[in-house]
Design a protein around this ligand. Structure first.
Ligand code: ASN
Ligand code: ZN
Ligand code: CA
Length: 304
């Protein structure tokens, strides 16, 4: 046969070895994963430092993805698979649309581009400028953050402005934590490659990176869509309070249920508190210690 699912291997952005679900066609190997029970596939492209999307399929001649230039491609592909597996195994959600939609990523977007994003159809990752960021697909929490934007878009639909937008950002950070629970930092693996211990944001200590962690310090601004990447510190701190009190396993069930059952496009912080409390009541009982912990987590950030 000339076409077949194959298993390759390579090195990620942090030089870590990993195996890859690839595909062979006519003697060329692709980052194209057909092993999941999806309607589509997980596929990875390169923009070759341009801005056209999706760009070009990432390919390799012998299924050994070891070139330095391939590391961003390797991680975007492997981590998209990990995030897919998380949503499927933990929440029985089949891809971002829960109908097995293709998960497409493009790396090497632009030149020295210090960001990553979900564009409504696919994930896109810059290489970073080498000092503020290295290749952004090298961080599992960043990949989870971006793919969770797609989940949010297809579920709660939180409008990307002001409080609903800050919640949209916060849910992406919180699921970034659930995928990468070793710390409460976001983006630490790719942020400032020359400096250790820092990060883009912290769920446990939002003010360390310039974010409010209480409604007393809510930032009223029209920039950044109404401060979506700033005021997310408040629901992020409530999430940290929740997780540190009830544990990840219960918290992720509560957060997923709130996102997919109760939250709506215009939900504000107060509504999010109510949605999480209702989810906690559904899953663990109204007035349970778990329920009361969620309540205390939001009391502590001044959201009622
Ligand atoms: N990396 C940013 C984010 O996912 C891109 C943006 O501003 N939407 O939030
Ligand atoms: Zn985001
Ligand atoms: Ca992290």
């Amino acid at each position: 046969v000339t076409d077949a699912a194959t298993t390759g291997s390579g090195y990620g952005v942090l030089d870590d070895y990993k195996t890859l679900n690839t595909y062979s066609s006519n003697g060329t190997y692709y980052l194209y994963d057909v092993t999941k029970p999806m309607n589509g596939v997980i596929e990875t492209f390169t923009a070759r430092n341009g801005s056209s999307l999706p760009g070009y399929y990432s390919t390799d001649s012998n299924n050994s993805w070891t070139a330095y230039s391939q590391a961003a491609d390797v991680d975007a592909h492997a981590y998209a698979g990990k995030v897919y597996d998380y949503y499927k195994n933990t929440h029985n959600r089949n891809s971002f649309d829960n109908n097995g939609a293709t998960i497409r990523s493009t790396v090497h977007y632009g030149s020295n581009y210090n960001n990553a994003f979900w564009n409504g159809s696919q994930m896109v990752y810059g290489d970073g400028d080498g000092s503020t960021f290295t290749s952004l697909s090298g961080a599992l929490d960043v990949v989870a953050h971006e793919l969770t934007h797609a989940v949010t878009e297809r579920t709660a639909g939180l409008q990307y402005q002001y409080q609903s937008g800050a919640l949209n950002e916060s849910f992406s950070d919180v699921f970034g934590y659930f995928l990468d629970p070793g710390d409460y930092l976001m983006g630490e693996d790719v942020y400032t490659p020359g400096i250790s211990g820092d990060a883009l944001r912290s769920l446990s200590n939002p003010s360390k990176y310039g974010q409010p962690e209480h409604m007393n310090n809510y930032v009223n601004t029209s920039s950044d869509n109404g401060g979506v990447h700033t005021n997310s510190g408040i629901p992020n701190k409530a999430a940290y309070n929740t997780i540190s009190s009830i544990g990840k396993a219960k918290a992720e069930k509560i957060y997923y249920r709130a996102l997919t059952v109760y939250l709506t496009p215009t939900s504000n912080f107060s509504y999010a508190r109510a949605a999480l409390l209702q989810s906690a009541a559904d899953l663990y009982g109204s007035g349970s210690s778990t329920y009361n912990s969620v309540k205390a987590a939001w009391d502590a950030v001044g959201v009622y």
